[in-house]
Design a protein around this ligand. Structure first.
Ligand code: OAD
Length: 247
């Protein structure tokens, strides 16, 4: 059997037996939906400077510039639709008794596909938070109906996208739950992440140390590859449906 097929078969068998499965996704899972990744060719951080757009200091300096960047991303993502990788993960959730999908993505595409148990580590592009009264607003309309930067309807304070910026801690509740689930799972799928950004990049190691079977899906190798039991090389939108296809 071709090596790739052999690996796919091994991963299929391992997954079939597991009752507690955690999936960790990164930008690569949304690539086939037309949402750019951060690193690599055509990555967002190749075209834009993260330090000028995705830090609390940048927002303090120039909230309008930061909002311009987020409005651009919000518009791009609202035109995108979930791809077969997102859809396959919905089917996996239905079939696994205890399932969590931990994502670093802020695009909301997993929820739009129909996934339920989602832990968004880095926030969500369509939520805003007020810096004055801390009120969270879900489903913030695209494009924003006010002049940028938008202001809070309740207190007039400055609104910011409810995403995690460089130098900021992750939302504590979500992060703790992600660590708990990773430490107890029997199998973890690590999909479309470069494995460079912590604490998310620490989750596969935690799962592995606790005895989980680790499957990486990524066209490229990453710092996480050496610890994976199986590496499936290819785009998530074609690998995942094959992996999760019933016999
Ligand atoms: P990256 O852009 O760092 O990595 C994307 C990964 O997806 C790479 O390993 C690619 O090889 C892989 N990839 C590309 N196309 C793929 C495909 N079709 N199918 C599967 N994989 C594919 O994105 P993340 O790892 O998600 O944080 O980045 C982590 C964090 O860094 C992001 O959440 C963001 C960023 O700065 C914040 O903004 C806080």
């Amino acid at each position: 059997m071709e090596r790739n097929l052999e690996e796919l078969e091994r991963a299929k068998i391992a997954l079939r037996e597991k009752a507690r499965v955690v999936v960790l996704t990164g930008a690569g899972v949304s690539k086939e939906s037309g949402v750019p990744t951060f690193r690599g060719t055509n990555g967002l951080w190749k075209e834009f400077r993260a330090q000028e757009l995705a830090t609390p200091e940048a927002f303090k300096r120039n909230p309008t510039l930061v909002w311009d960047f987020y409005e651009f991303r919000r518009a791009l993502v609202s035109r995108a639709v979930p791809n077969p990788a997102h859809v396959a993960l919905v089917a996996l959730e239905v079939r696994v008794p205890h399932f969590y999908l931990i994502t670093q993505n802020v695009d909301g595409l997993h929820a739009r596909a129909g996934s339920k148990n989602i832990l968004e580590l880095h926030g969500n592009l369509f939520r805003t938070r007020c810096l004055g009264c801390w009120v969270l607003e879900e489903s913030f309309a695209v494009p924003i109906a006010q002049k940028l930067p938008p202001l809070c309807h309740h207190c007039g304070g400055l609104l910011r996208p409810d995403v995690v910026w460089f130098g900021e801690p992750l939302p504590a509740g979500v992060m703790n739950q992600a660590f708990e689930e990773a430490g107890q799972c029997e199998a973890m799928l690590v999909i479309g992440t470069s494995g460079l950004v912590f604490p998310a990049a620490g989750l596969p190691g935690l799962a592995k140390d606790a005895g989980a079977f680790l499957i990486e899906i990524n066209p490229e190798s990453t710092p996480l590859s050496p610890m994976a039991d199986v590496c499936l090389r290819g785009p998530a939108a074609s690998v995942l449906p094959r992996l999760l296809q019933e016999p």
